[in-house]
Design a protein around this ligand. Sequence first.
Ligand SMILES: [Zn+2]
Length: 235
Amino acid sequence: MNEPAGEDNQRSCMGCRQTDAREALLRFVVAGEPPRLVPDVRRKQPGRGVSVHPRYRCVEAAVRTGAFRRAVGGEDDASAPALAQVAADQYLRRAEGLLLAARRAKLMAMGTESVRDSMTARKAQLLIVAADAEGSRGDLQRAAERLGRSCLVWSTKDGLGRLFGRTTLSVLAILDTGIADALRRALECAAELVPYPPSSVQLSAGVTNPPSGLRPSVGITNPPSGLAPSAVEES
Ligand SMILES: [Zn+2]
């Protein structure tokens, strides 16, 4: 019964069959009657689970090979796009929760001026820029790259604003490394799961509360680590 801790932290992906760290995989739990697969991105729900890499091709393979169907006893006929979409939505809700938590803890800078200040002070760990923030987006992305920080393009000015009770919000910065890492991962997983225009995907029945206007990022840049010497320049 006493498995080595290392092996206990490993899971096999039902899609590509490769083994990976538990935390690197997306867990689905078998729930309800008739049983069906429900994503559990925080890996906290009780019950029997199956894991796949959080990317579309592994979800698709798990459906195509019947691995998911066997896991629920042959009843579940959910399609790969539907399962991937539901999981991506859960990652996006997780990302929204992380943003709200960062703001509550005052670990966020909001708006162009505050974000610039946070970069100058080298407190910004991750930038989120709305896809339609034309004016400042290029400047901020370049500034983030010079500082060796990631800059994710996500949502719209309206979508980000709505999350914080504002009319619009073009850019924000996360000031905490732990929240930044979790947020980056949630957004990257969502983008890997729905790697095509979201409008082409139908939400499955049962998804009643898709994220409010927030969609997988349209572009992710991961600049090489290492701080550039220059401070943020005013444009
Ligand atoms: Zn896989």
